[in-house]
Write a protein that binds this ligand. Sequence first.
Ligand code: HDD
Length: 701
Amino acid sequence: MSETPEARTDDKDRQLEGDRVDSAGALTTDTGVRVDDTDNSLSAGERGPTLMEDFQFREKLTHFDHERIPERVVHARGAGAYGHFQVYESLADYTRAEFLCDPSLKTPVFVRFSTVAGSRGSADTVRDVRGFATKFYTREGNYDLVGNNIPVFFIQDGIKFPDFVHAVKPEPHNEIPQAQSAHDTLWDFVGLQPETVHMMMWLMSDRAIPRSYRTMQGFGVHTFRLVDAEGRGTFVKFHWTPKLGTHSLVWDEAQRIAGKDPDFNRRDLWEAIERGHYPEYELGMQLIPESDEHAFGIDLLDPTKIVPEEEVPVTPVGRMVLDRNPDNFFAETEQVAFHTANVVPGIDFTNDPLLQARNFSYLDTQLIRLGGPNFQQLPVNRPLAPVDNDQRDGYGQHRVHRGTTSYYPNSLGGGCPALGSDPYRHHQERVDGAKIRKRSDSFQDHYGQATLFYNSLSDWERAHLVEAFRFELGKCDTLQVRERVVERLNHVDHGLARDVAAGVGVDPPEKEAVPNHGRSSPALSQARTAMNEITGRTVAVLAADGVDAHDVEALRGAMADGGAVAEVLAPHDGPLRTADGTPLEADRAIGTVSSVLYDAVAVPGGADAAAELSSHGPTLHFAAEAFKHHKPIAALNDGVDVLSHTTLPDLRVAAPATGQAVVDQGVATHRGSDHGELTRALASLLAGHRVWDRGTGSVAA
Ligand code: HDD
């Protein structure tokens, strides 16, 4: 699974080496003048005024005053990592892009994951779309695939983007609520703009609360175009599939994590990479011949639609591994500048009106964010491909262009830079039409695929969806806003509209607006995702003085074998007294963490430890909360008794006979010394992520 350290050194890494700075020498000013006091400003007398001539003071304060740049207007909160991408087999039949045609090439990448609505300092685990933006540093120039973890979008035409973003962002009069979609203005917009409905179904599903950036899909969303060496085009939809499967949090848990660890997703990505558990994603493509453009009953140019995988399968084409954390958040993750129009020969656009708007907006936004036209020279943005043109000057020009000419054509500069051979050529699509402001009729079905999505969900996914709608509309103060959304949902599915209405004080619609078409696309359900990995999952081992060290080791060893991390939590930090005297340290005091930060809980044996934990409030709360959030639980020997002391009416604790592991409701128990069967059961529950069929009264905990 893990790459060797050598493999982590790539061309981009080597290029960055020249920009890296380690603080090792003596303190200086920005101009290199040595300084021996950075604590006291220059003043006229010990108690006198500060002097204007204190250039050192002025420089330090001025730099500080200018340290902030505008945050991204959307996707302000993010986390990034470097890695590489490699195609499995040549795709030369479809594209001339070298990095997609040469399986021997490892193309360096930088990926930035993000939330959309929140500010830079907002919490990671809010209900929101996640950005999944990848910069490929190819030998033919940078290619940016700027996608999301949801395959459709809120609107069809980019001219509506400011309206949508104004609606979802905090309300303008009081800047409340932060990073929340649950407020009147968003739902007002949704109710009035039916093209949002399909996306809102996804946003109310568990997709909007991913467990980790490592466990979410990515989508290019638009239909793009691949172009082969002969200029032939093929439509393409891009899919990233995480090796660990697509898994989510529970909404109640997500809200609690926002307080307990607002950096939850960012930290998870960082730590996974530091541990060598490199996140992996497979790139897949839905390839559609241009002759099939109208074969699917939808318009491929409409970004609120998917092409069901059952109709056009996703062909796996390559693998991306993220194996290096950035050295400096601001320099790299904040200054990285993505742009949908950063394409390389062999990849082209379509006339999707949302994509066309993006091709304007991303460059425009970088100019205000990064202060001028030379942002591509920033280390994280700098291409590996040689750059040579007549662009000069502007804020932050780092290159020292020599020579007298910066125009084309020239003879004084030897004609350089000369026009390149084998250039980027735009796909020669014939375009013909009257100038017109009108949405195409082929974009008008706003409900069919919303229904398709709803029909494709498992029971537990639907339950979560209904609860999410109830939560969000329940936060809207205006009854009319709630009513309008319920009316929209009645076009998706009558039962759904009634279920939601019943929770938000709206009269359930009596008649269905349109019959449910009954079609589904099983690939859309998270219930069908990969469930065979425990890499990077975290298990809390609840211990106290007197714990059985053998049980702890059995758990730790088995989890480590699968790549999961078991942490020993105890009422106090530091060394623990164990039943047989084996040295054992608590990793953390239980009061400093929370069950919501772990994927599973295990309680080892040891009579004294079990006795203490059975009346230790934080421990009992920890286990009970994990149970309510559908997490796997394991108890060994006397640890089984601890579980019986939680006050959960739904929790049945089986009393296993010695030597036999019992699994009931996702709670695995075992008495004996060979815990192989139990740890295998725990690993299998963990790989399944959550025990959704466990009755906990309410998934909302
Ligand atoms: Fe966008 C950022 C993804 C529609 C305008 N967008 C941004 C980022 C992602 C996306 C992942 C963060 C990039 C990063 O990490 O720096 N955006 C999408 C997707 C869309 C989409 C998948 C629909 C398919 N975006 C969209 C539209 C517009 C924008 C229609 C404007 C017309 N997006 C922007 C932006 C941002 C941005 C304002 C903010 C910061 C930035 O670009 O660099 O230009």
